[in-house]
Design a protein. Structure first.
Length: 215
């Protein structure tokens, strides 16, 4: 069976796996983004605090993703829980690092001007600092998402959702007629989804970043 015939016969299953893959990555990125920005806000004013936050989240990336999922299985079981925990942890570093860089890179005179007109610290953060830091933060989110698109494939090891199941099925049946088709379909599907995600982030940047501060 040719690759195109395989896609035609298995399109329903592939679409289901693709939807699950996108859903898992998107939901984990929402959590990672919220946590990463909060960590950045909490630590950017302190040199040692920022270094500790970046170092800690960087250490997480040194753990092989397959090993991380394997260590979580005895604690939370198979399926979605180890997938969500692993992807969220792996998505933190670029968001934390870019949040700190973005917030530290704001011109102090802008913050002083906001103070001068009576804005509270929370108001300055929400209305001045975070909007100005948004371009590097969005870059961090884009980098995290690209990483998670690939890492999410490993979740199939723990019966997690996504296109990784297609890849693992192909690897498990090497030598069969459709083994290569399965691996290729899963891999190309992840690449296409990653490109679509990145295009969506480019559009989001154009909609949310004022022309004057775009890189």
């Amino acid at each position: 069976m040719s690759f195109w015939e395989y896609l035609g016969n298995q399109h329903q299953q592939l679409l289901t796996d693709a939807y699950q893959h996108v859903s898992a990555v998107f939901q984990c990125m929402v959590i990672a983004t919220a946590l990463g920005i909060l960590i950045g806000i909490a630590t950017y004013r302190s040199s040692w605090g920022g270094s500790l936050a970046v170092t800690t989240t960087a250490v997480i990336l040194t753990i092989p993703s397959l090993a991380a999922i394997g260590l979580l299985i005895p604690l939370v079981g198979l399926g979605v829980p180890p997938t969500v925990i692993t992807l969220t942890m792996y998505g933190l570093l670029p968001v934390v690092r870019n949040s700190i860089v973005g917030l530290r890179g704001i011109d102090p005179s802008v913050v002083e001007a906001a103070k001068g007109i009576g804005m509270s610290r929370i108001s300055r953060l929400c209305r001045v600092e975070l909007p100005l830091a948004w371009p590097p933060i969005l870059t961090g989110i884009r980098v995290s998402t690209q990483m998670l698109m690939g890492i999410a494939a490993i979740a199939a090891y723990a019966s997690g959702p996504g296109l990784g199941n297609e890849i693992f099925r192909g690897i498990a049946s090497l030598g069969s007629a459709n083994a290569l088709n399965q691996v290729l379909a899963g891999t190309l599907g992840i690449v296409v989804l990653a490109l679509l995600f990145d295009a969506a982030y480019v559009l989001l940047g154009r909609l949310t970043i004022p022309r004057g501060i775009r890189a």
